[in-house]
Design a binder for this molecule. Structure first.
Ligand SMILES: NC(=O)c1ccc[n+]([C@@H]2O[C@H](COP(=O)([O-])OP(=O)(O)OC[C@H]3O[C@@H](n4cnc5c(N)ncnc54)[C@H](OP(=O)(O)O)[C@@H]3O)[C@@H](O)[C@H]2O)c1
Length: 247
């Protein structure tokens, strides 16, 4: 089956391409560095010729709420319009578990807009809400690090391995559209500060972590807000197993 991956060079995108090709599918790679821009629509029509399903794992770094909504909104409109022209039969969107429980986060507002457009659109769809990835803690600490110290919230999360996310997306894309899928999550709850500390240790990095609810993530994300729903699909790779591969 011919399946396009929007965001094919990214963290999840590159693993999704590998999962699709490993299962014998024809993966079409789309990203700006490969000449396809979902923000402008450039290159989309050519890339989607003969494509039956699209997996959207693009991202936006916008930190302002309006900019994030505009970026995810424009990208999704362009992608869905091109899919309709090409006769694509299944749009798979990677989203975030618990989006509706967190109002104040700009990225989440953008992802809600993306979900709204996909679910109201004419291309049959599956939305896959994932918990944070195993590399999320170190990524957040890297964003915030200044002079050897990084403020980071002690979020309670149930992280999932990027390769497990990719495998699930590849599996879902070849099947029939399912609408809103169950949350997908890893096997164990974790504390984000502890995850960042252990990832840094494994990678030989020295960063002073400062637990706080006054930085990127505020108290509205405390408690069990970020945990997956009770019927979540639990992926096999634990944080510890993933960590054992970090150098
Ligand atoms: N991190 C988490 O814990 C987490 C948890 C749940 C869900 N998610 C979601 O997972 C998704 C993917 O995250 P990721 O970490 O894999 O992202 P990433 O590593 O930042 O990759 C983003 C990809 O999108 C491409 N891209 C960006 N703008 C584009 C544009 N205008 N046109 C075409 N391609 C574009 C990038 O390539 P170019 O730069 O070459 O264009 C890259 O291939 C995000 O939507 C995020 O919300 C993340």
């Amino acid at each position: 089956m011919r399946i396009a991956v929007a965001g094919a060079t990214g963290n999840i995108g590159s693993l999704t391409v590998a999962a699709l090709e490993g299962a014998g599918h024809d993966a079409v790679r789309m990203s700006r560095s490969l000449g396809v821009d979902v923000a402008t629509g450039a290159g989309l029509d050519d890339a989607l010729a003969g494509v039956e399903a699209v997996i959207d794992v693009t991202n936006s770094g916008a930190t302002d709420r309006d900019e994030a909504v505009a970026a995810f909104g424009t990208a999704t409109r362009n992608l869905l319009a091109a899919e309709q022209r090409a006769g694509v039969r299944h749009h798979v969107l990677l989203s975030i578990a618990g989006l509706d429980r967190v109002d104040g986060n700009a990225h989440y507002a953008g992802k809600r807009e993306q979900e709204r457009l996909v679910s109201a659109g004419d291309v049959p769809w599956t939305i896959v809400p994932a918990t944070q990835f195993h590399d999320f803690a170190a990524m957040v600490a890297d964003w915030m690090e200044q002079d050897g110290a990084a403020p980071i919230a002690p979020l309670l999360v149930q992280p999932i391995a990027p390769a497990d996310v990719a495998a699930i997306l590849a599996e879902i894309a070849v099947g029939a559209p399912q609408g809103r899928y169950r949350d997908i999550a890893g096997p164990d709850p974790q504390d984000l500060v502890d995850m960042a500390r252990r990832t840094h240790q494994a990678r030989g990095r020295t960063v002073r972590l400062v637990p706080t609810w006054s930085s990127l993530f505020g108290p509205e994300m405390a408690g069990e807000v970020m945990l997956p729903g009770k019927d979540a699909r639990i992926a096999p790779t634990s944080f510890d197993a993933w960590l054992a591969d970090q150098h």
